[in-house]
Write a protein that binds this ligand. Structure first.
Ligand code: GLU
Length: 467
């Protein structure tokens, strides 16, 4: 059997961690088996589907590298096909027209609740011949079997059984003529020859209804795997409309696709104690067997840890390219400063995200006018003017501009001016970066370059004199 999976989001909100996990597991399962992965946008709910959500889905998947082999299919472009199948079902008398008004249905529902029954459609129109009354509002319902059971082997939860008596006659076409989700899914999975349906557990109750429609059409039942939910750090279920972070915001906050995927794969799947998975390991090792039945909880600390890991372990060239794009989005012109790889080399071990690196390397590419207030109060003294003046003169004359010579000069000045190396470093650091924290100051001075270093020293001297 050639494996074919799909990711079938409804574009009614942001693409969030939960949806990405469904996409990732479906994608990995297909890749692991050398199969195909389909992207399908389930947009038949016209009032809730939004173009912005479609963009969020497509951009998010692209950013993470979850490429699809077919699609994106849009259900709204397949309406003729759904009509065709609805007609087949009507002809077979496995579907029927229902003219019950919403007011009637509401009364029935209230009565059922009063009696302590589960609210369900009682099948009023099930055996009526009402094709000739189509001038009034109607929906089309699927004739669910009245007796028997629907059972399926869920790959994560084992056997799941529903009594047909629990399921009522599902609406497959709304009064506005649009087919409904549960129906389109079945036709699409069938037409697209989907072998494995991997999706959230909120769809478990839909599965028996979908299987009944499939049975009526003589279609092959796919293998199902329903994933448990993901909880936020406060223990609430992640929901598109409430607490979900748009996946693109992780991008904006400087997370790496590699780290995010590694983090997401572990939200409910394990492979012994292994924590770090690169993409090829994920494809090689992923299976449905080790998906957990219990809910998983978001853990930002772990994501930051993984991001730091990837920032430090992927090649300098790769991180520099990612950082280049990131800085471009922040309007930082990297042509105004040192080669990005050298900057990444000295900075990357200190930070968790590309955002943090960007914020702390602006001084290489942009001039600044403001010095940190506490730094100024503590370290910009008359003595520091003396240190800086000494530097200015010696730096002007330094024959070979490199880290070693700069470091030697710092040591010499500390001896000659009789101040500690720590003090010298700090005054230089504040003058070069505006702040009290940075990697080794000699490497920073080396990268900033003589001309700019001299002008920053001058600027700091003037600033202190004016205090
Ligand atoms: N469109 C559904 C959703 O976004 C998923 C359908 C499915 O996977 O069967 O929840």
């Amino acid at each position: 059997m050639k494996v074919k999976t799909r990711f079938a989001p409804s574009p009614t909100g942001n693409l969030h961690i939960g949806s990405i996990r469904t996409a990732l597991y479906s994608w990995l399962f297909a890749r692991h088996h050398g199969g195909k992965f389909v992207l399908r946008i389930e947009d038949t709910d016209l009032s809730r589907s939004k173009a912005i959500s479609i963009n969020s889905i497509i951009n998010g998947l692209k950013w993470l590298g979850l490429n699809w082999d077919e699609g994106p299919y849009f259900q709204t472009k397949r309406l003729n096909r759904y009509k065709e199948v609805i007609n087949v079902l009507l002809e077979k008398r496995d579907a029927y027209i229902c003219i019950c008004s919403s007011q009637e249905l509401e009364e029935i529902r209230i009565n059922q609740i009063k009696k302590g029954d589960k609210p369900r459609y009682p099948g009023t129109c099930r055996n009526l011949q009402i094709e000739n009354r189509l001038n009034q509002n109607y929906v089309i319902r699927f004739k669910n079997p009245l007796f028997g059971r629907v059972a399926f082997q869920d790959k994560i939860r084992g056997e799941i059984i529903f009594d047909n008596a629990e399921l009522d006659d599902l609406i497959i076409q709304r009064s506005n003529g649009m087919p409904t989700y549960n129906f389109c899914v079945v036709i699409d999975d069938l037409d697209m020859k989907i072998t494995h349906v991997i999706r959230g557990e909120d769809h478990i109750n839909n599965t028996p209804r979908q299987i009944n429609i499939l049975n009526s059409l003589g279609g092959k039942i796919p293998i199902y795997a329903h994933l448990s939910m993901i909880l936020d750090e406060e223990g609430h279920k992640i929901s598109k409309r409430k607490n979900a972070i748009n996946i693109i915001d992780y991008h904006k906050n400087g997370f790496l696709p590699e780290a995010l995927l590694n983090y997401i794969i572990r939200l409910g799947w394990s492979c012994g104690d292994k924590e770090i998975f690169n993409i090829s390991e994920m494809k090689e090792l992923f299976n449905l067997k080790f998906i957990s039945k219990s809910p998983s909880t978001i853990n930002m600390k772990k994501l930051l840890w993984l991001n730091k890991h990837y920032i430090n372990n992927l090649s300098l060239n790769h991180i520099s390219n990612l950082l280049k794009d990131y800085m471009k989005n922040q309007n930082i012109n990297i042509k105004n400063g040192p080669d990005l790889e050298s900057v990444v080399k000295i900075l990357r071990s200190r930070f968790n995200t590309l955002k943090e690196i960007t914020e702390s390397c602006r001084y290489f590419y942009e001039e600044f006018d403001v010095f940190n207030k506490i730094a100024v109060e503590k370290h910009f003294t008359i003595k520091s003017v003396h240190i800086l003046e000494e530097f200015y003169e010696r730096m002007k004359k330094l024959s070979v501009w490199d880290n070693y010579n700069i470091l030697t000069m710092i040591n010499d000045i500390s001896k000659d001016v009789k101040v500690t190396k720590k003090d010298v470093n700090m005054v230089l650091r504040i003058s070069m970066t505006g702040n009290m924290y940075s990697p080794s100051i000699s490497s920073i001075i080396d990268l900033i370059g003589r001309e700019r270093v001299l002008s920053r020293i001058k600027k700091a001297i003037n600033y202190i004199k004016n205090l």
